[in-house]
Every structure is written in C-alpha cells, then in structure tokens.
Design a protein around this ligand. Structure first.
Ligand SMILES: Cc1cc2nc3c(=O)[nH]c(=O)nc-3n(C[C@H](O)[C@H](O)[C@H](O)COP(=O)(O)OP(=O)(O)OC[C@H]3O[C@@H](n4cnc5c(N)ncnc54)[C@H](O)[C@@H]3O)c2cc1C
Length: 90
C-alpha cells in the first residue's frame, strides 16, 4: 500500500496525534479537546469497541452494535480520518 498523507488542516496551534481510539486514546482526546492544541485521533477502525462487554455479545446477550460506537457520534463536527499506523520515526 502507498503511503497516504492525511488531509489534516495545518493548525496555528501545536498538534497532538493520538494513536488509537481505545479507552486511553478516547480519554486523552476528550481531556485535551477544547484546549490550545489541534488533536488528531488516528484509529484503524471508525468505531470504538467497549471490550468489557464482549462476553455479552459472545453469549448473544447483546447485539454487536450495542458495544461499538462510531467515533463520529462521539466527536460531533470534527474531521475524522481512519488510518492504520504501520511505522513511525523517533
Ligand atoms: C474481553 C475483555 C474484557 C475486559 N474487561 C475489563 C473490565 O471489566 N475492566 C477493565 O478495567 N478492563 C477490562 N478489559 C481491559 C480493557 O478493555 C483494556 O485494558 C483497555 O481497552 C485498554 O485500553 P487501550 O486504550 O490501551 O487499548 P484499546 O482499548 O484496545 O484500544 C486500542 C485502539 O487502538 C487501535 N489501534 C490498534 N493498533 C492500531 C494501529 N496500528 N493504527 C491505528 N489504530 C490502531 C484499535 O483499533 C483500538 O481502537 C477487558 C478486555 C477484554 C478484551
């Protein structure tokens, strides 16, 4: 696959890139939002998965859609880019 360049606006503020919209990434993104940084949340999926309730889905107690939440529902009016991190440079 070619290297893709995300179409992210160049900010006036400093940019913070958070890799992964799991528990940790979401909490950090929410904590920093509205502050003086441009927050870029990258995830290979377009949804957050609430893992503690996997067993409920496995035992047919819940629909899969009950434990996965699209990021667009969590972050209104924000640009989203679905990307998978394959490598990085220090
Ligand atoms: C079945 C199960 C039950 C659990 N029950 C509990 C519980 O009861 N209580 C509790 O405290 N904890 C529980 N946990 C543990 C808890 O879910 C994890 O500790 C927590 O999700 C870890 O958070 P995280 O943000 O580090 O990673 P995750 O929540 O796993 O998020 C990682 C995110 O990064 C994304 N990602 C991964 N690789 C890439 C990449 N290369 N590029 C872009 N995006 C990427 C993934 O798509 C995902 O969205 C449970 C876990 C499981 C599996």
């Amino acid at each position: 696959m070619n290297n893709l360049i995300a179409n992210i606006p160049t900010p006036q503020q400093k940019r913070i890139v958070i890799i992964g919209g799991g528990f940790a990434g979401l909490k950090l993104a929410r904590k920093l939002s509205g502050g003086s940084f441009q927050i870029v949340l990258m995830d290979k999926n377009n949804f957050h998965m609430f893992q503690p309730l996997f067993y409920q889905v496995a035992t047919a107690g819940l629909e899969p859609s009950a434990i996965s939440f699209p990021f667009r529902r969590l972050f209104h009016n924000q640009k989203m880019s679905i990307s998978e991190l394959r490598s990085y440079k220090r």
